[in-house]
Structure formats: C-alpha cells, structure tokens
Design a protein around this ligand. Structure first.
Ligand code: SF4
Ligand code: SF4
Length: 214
C-alpha cells in the first residue's frame, strides 16, 4: 500500500516559494521514490530548477520514509543546512509534509499533490483500493470496496447501467457490483446483496482514481 503522488505544476511551486529564497529540499525514499515524484533523481532535478530561478538550495536529503519518526533524526544530522534555509520544500506525500512540519518552525511547502492510497498492479500502474471512509463494508462485499471500485461509489448494488459485467462509466472496466455479486455467490452469501446500507457522507467522484507513472 503506497501514497500515490503527482508533482505539482512547477509554476505553483514557484508561486509558493515566491518570497522564500533559501530552500532545503526533502525527498522520500519510499512511496515518492517508487512513483518517481520525490526520489533522489527528482530531488536533484528540483534543485537544478530552483537554482535556475536564482534560489539558493542550502541542502537536500532523501529520507528513507519521510512520514515516520526517523525524519527527526535526519533533520538533526542536517541541522546546519536546514538552519541556513528559510523554507523546506517537501517532495513526499501529505503525510511526509505533516511529519516535517512537526519538527520545523520554518515554512514547509509541499511540492507534490497526494492523490490516493493505492497498490501497484504492474510497474507504473496504480489503483486506489481504499478511500479510508471510516465505515468499512468489505466484510459484506466480499473484499471489494464499493466506494473505490465502483465509479459512483454505490453501497447498495449496481446502478442499472452495468452491461455484460462492464461499467457504464468506463466500458473497459469491470462493474464492481457484478464482481461483488459473483464473489458473494461463490461464497454462498448472496443474501448480503439484499442488505440495506445507509448512505455515507461523501461527494460522488469518479472512481477508482488511477495514475500511470511514465
Ligand atoms: S469501505 Fe472501502 S473506503 Fe471504506 S474503509 Fe472499507 S475499503 Fe476503505
Ligand atoms: S456500472 Fe459502474 S457505476 Fe454502475 S454499479 Fe457498476 S461499477 Fe458502479
């Protein structure tokens, strides 16, 4: 399970750093390295781009896992370069940004947008498996999450647009509720298809979110 991130447009990063000219860059050796958004290569590229803008990069580091407590240790080891900076640019997911903010009193700027928590299907292809809704129904849906696997996030069976097992929103994709039905049938638990689940409080968004890291 990984945090899937995408680098913000450079002009947005530039705008966030408008009044900040001495920057320490933090990358992450786990998720952001895997998604090629905040590993060593991307951090060095960012360093060059910022220097091209006339900024001073006082130092950089790729922390093994930016969201855990080792970040504090890494910061102690790089204290000189961090003290020279007037801002920290974090090339990690929002959890990493949050972690860095715990230890640094200076402005902490995210260079990435955190898209979703997902798994890798094949090299470079990720899909969302859980939206962390706080009311998990996987026990009733045969382990398939209807919030992330169904484009409409339906909790009580298919929308009616399903056709030959495919989704009406994305005809390349299997209908989540058809998959749930088939698995429940195999388990002899089709009675769960009739169980009513009250609505959750969330906005309907196209799901599952996907990302391809080129
Ligand atoms: S129902 Fe889906 S979104 Fe909610 S916790 Fe379970 S897997 Fe995650
Ligand atoms: S057809 Fe698509 S939107 Fe409708 S229930 Fe199936 S997965 Fe959900």
């Amino acid at each position: 399970m990984k945090s899937i991130t995408r680098q913000k447009p450079f002009n947005e990063i530039e705008q966030q750093l408008e009044d900040l000219d001495r920057i320490f860059i933090v990358g992450c050796g786990t998720c952001a390295t895997m998604t090629r958004t905040g590993g060593r290569e991307e951090v060095l590229e960012m360093k060059n781009r910022l220097q091209g803008l006339g900024k001073m990069v006082t130092g950089w580091i790729v922390i093994p896992t930016a969201c855990d407590e080792m970040t504090e240790v890494a910061f102690r080891e790089n204290n000189g370069a961090i003290q020279d900076a007037n801002s920290i640019l974090v090339m990690a997911c929002a959890l990493g940004v949050h972690r860095v903010s715990l230890y640094i009193g200076k402005p902490v700027i995210p260079a990435l947008d955190t898209l979703f928590i997902g798994i890798e299907d094949s090299p470079g292809d990720f899909h969302e498996v859980c939206a962390q809704c706080g009311q998990c129904v996987l026990g009733e849906t045969a382990g398939i999450c209807p919030i992330t696997a169904c484009h409409k996030g339906l909790l009580n069976g298919p929308c009616g647009g399903t056709n030959n097992g495919k989704c009406e929103v994305d005809k390349e994709k299997d209908c989540a509720w058809t998959l749930i039905y088939q698995r429940l049938k195999e388990q002899g638990r089709l009675d769960l298809m009739r169980k009513y689940r009250p609505p959750k409080n969330f906005q309907v968004v196209p799901r599952p979110k996907v990302a391809r890291i080129v």
